[in-house]
Ligand binder design. Structure first.
Ligand SMILES: Nc1ncnc2c1ncn2[C@@H]1O[C@H](COP(=O)(O)OP(=O)(O)OP(=O)(O)O)[C@@H](O)[C@H]1O
Ligand SMILES: [Mg+2]
Length: 263
């Protein structure tokens, strides 16, 4: 891929966004965050805090869940994303990997990867081979299993396929929804490595995680959502040191805090 000129470095701006499901269920209230070009930003929060909802608002998939952005603005570079559809997001190179490593179980690895390029323009599709090479370099295990039904892959391999499929759309911003969920520690480490590598190749990442330790070790910046509102925001290293985050998300108890010498 040619080097992007310096003026072509879009950032994601989520500005005071409200999201409502159905007629009344308020899921996000005045949430703001920025993902600068090439950055990794973590989004933490308990079950039901609104993390997935925020990713859906960005990727244009809210409507599929009867949700809508009812206030605020979402922009990626010059492109307005709020109220738009997934094709708009994908064409702007913003691609979501959904929660639960959803792959098409009955389709082969190859067919799953091909589906990731749908919605692209013909010019973008010309880069498909390049994207495939990138996916197979990142995930050699998928390269060995191109004809295998996706449903027969292990959980970790399915997560890799879900990420690989998103990479087929050549994202500049990747939205990852709990990629480590339900995976063995070794596989979680592998996924973390992969995220680091994808980012090093120039793709920005908005990372939703329950595994705060993993997310904060990867991220530049982090935000904590609590029942639809931003509770904390700051540099990841700083958040990892705050008592609230340590207690709520890093498994710290009164005793371990004492061991650490905290008052
Ligand atoms: N399709 C939907 N229709 C109605 N309400 C929904 C829908 N999807 C999510 N919600 C509600 O919106 C709120 C935020 O949900 P969301 O899935 O964004 O949370 P989350 O932070 O991703 O949680 P988890 O960690 O469990 O994945 C919750 O109260 C949830 O019940
Ligand atoms: Mg979720």
């Amino acid at each position: 891929m040619p080097e992007a000129p310096p003026d072509d470095r879009p950032a994601l701006h989520v500005e005071s966004v409200d999201v409502t499901y159905g007629r009344a269920l308020s899921a996000l209230r005045s949430v703001s965050l920025t993902v600068p070009h090439g950055a990794v930003v973590a989004l933490l929060g308990a079950n039901g805090a609104g993390k997935t909802t925020l990713l859906r608002a960005v990727s244009g998939t809210l409507r599929l869940h009867r949700g809508a952005v009812t206030g605020g603005r979402i922009r990626y570079g010059e492109t307005v994303l709020d109220g738009k559809d997934p094709v708009t997001a994908v064409r702007a190179a913003v691609v979501q990997v959904p929660e639960g490593r959803r792959v098409f179980a009955g389709l082969s690895v190859d067919e799953n990867l091909k589906s990731g390029g749908l919605g692209l323009t013909r010019r973008d599709r010309a880069r498909t081979q390049e994207a495939r090479d990138r996916v197979f370099a990142l995930f050699p295990r998928l390269a060995e299993r191109t004809q295998q039904a996706a449903g027969l892959l292990s959980g970790g391999e399915q997560q890799m396929l879900a990420i690989g499929r998103a990479l087929m759309a050549a994202p500049r911003l990747l939205l990852l929804d709990e990629p480590s969920l339900g995976l063995a520690p070794q596989m979680v480490d592998r996924i973390a490595e992969v995220i680091r590598e994808i980012n090093a190749q120039g793709t920005a990442v908005l990372l939703v995680e329950q595994n705060a330790g993993m997310a904060l070790s990867l991220a530049d910046h982090a935000h904590v959502l609590e029942v639809g509102e931003t509770r904390l925001s700051g540099p990841a290293a700083e958040l990892a040191r705050t008592d609230a985050v340590r207690r709520l998300y890093l498994g710290e108890t009164a005793e371990t805090a004492e061991d650490r010498g905290a008052a």
